[in-house]
Design a protein around this ligand. Sequence first.
Ligand code: NAI
Length: 339
Amino acid sequence: NFIPKIQAQAVCCSHGNVQQQWTRGKRTVAVLGAAGGIGQPLGLLMKLNPLVSDLRLFDIAGTPGVACDISHVNTQAMVAGYAGDAELEKALKGCHLVIIPAGVPRKPGMTRDDLFNINAGIVKSLCLGIAKHCPKALVNIISNPVNSTVPIAAEVFKKAGTYDPKRLFGVTTLDVVRARTFYAVRMKVPVKEVDLPVVGGHAGITILPVFSQVKPKKQMSAADIDALTKRTQDGGTEVVQAKAGKGSATLSMAYAGALFAEACLKGLEGAKGVVECAYVESKVVPGISFFSSKVRLGPNGAEEIMGLGDLSDYEKKALEAMKKELIGSIKKGVDFAKS
Ligand code: NAI
């Protein structure tokens, strides 16, 4: 039986290497939900990342095949696949970073909130595993609704006594990636040069691209700002509709997830000036306990949560408008985790 042999070999080799790799500043990363639409390309992108020495691909099924496939790519990371609850411990032990794209995606007509009942339970159970097997790992949550799944994770970790707000992140990088792309195309600037924060949360009106702080700065009309803000907020729906019932953003999300994961890994390695937007426990906006804004990443995770800076009147209004929804989504997550 070929596949189990590959697994056993990979597991054995990777475990043997962890200490040695660690001292060389190489990292052990797990992707939970690794056989899915996001998980597969994300696994591939993490296999290409030179900071990763040991890549663990976990799902309820299908991961031996995905891991075998990705393991043939000639980059240095060792790859191992793990399937089912019984293998979660092996997948998580010794991890520095755990990325969670596990859960169901949206279908046309569904909001991210409609996913709550299924994905909330999945995130809760995976976080229980993290609390037990790798409590010091940084955790990147991709599973929607991020506005609620991150507070769920926080509650699970609090209950387990392992919570460190610096180590828990909701991944909102896709909103940043989209806003930068849409701005570059509309304003005819090279996309590589675009720097643009996106703050708030990760659903509809809670997503706020801060065009008043964009670089390079081009004169934008009020109509442009409104159109690009709405397109960024509806970017997920645009993909859901284009895929006509066959899922939501997977490839662009895998790219965004890999980008954020790399920023976390660089931070762990002690690189200076690593700043990305992420949805974290925050005091930036009074009364909203989780919020996405620029975060400086370092050896302990979120070393500094940056303020919002000056906002335009349009952005101030949008910030006010999102508050109720964001507070409601956070409460929904906290209530679920406590129930
Ligand atoms: P998918 O259905 O293709 O893959 C999800 C995978 O999770 C499946 O392979 C499934 O077997 C696995 N899974 C389910 N329960 C699990 C468990 N208990 N443990 C481990 N794995 C489990 O879905 P897709 O398209 O990959 O989306 C995944 C999630 O990411 C969805 O919640 C989606 O809404 C979210 N998403 C988040 C975005 C963001 O910007 N944060 C953007 C796009 C999607």
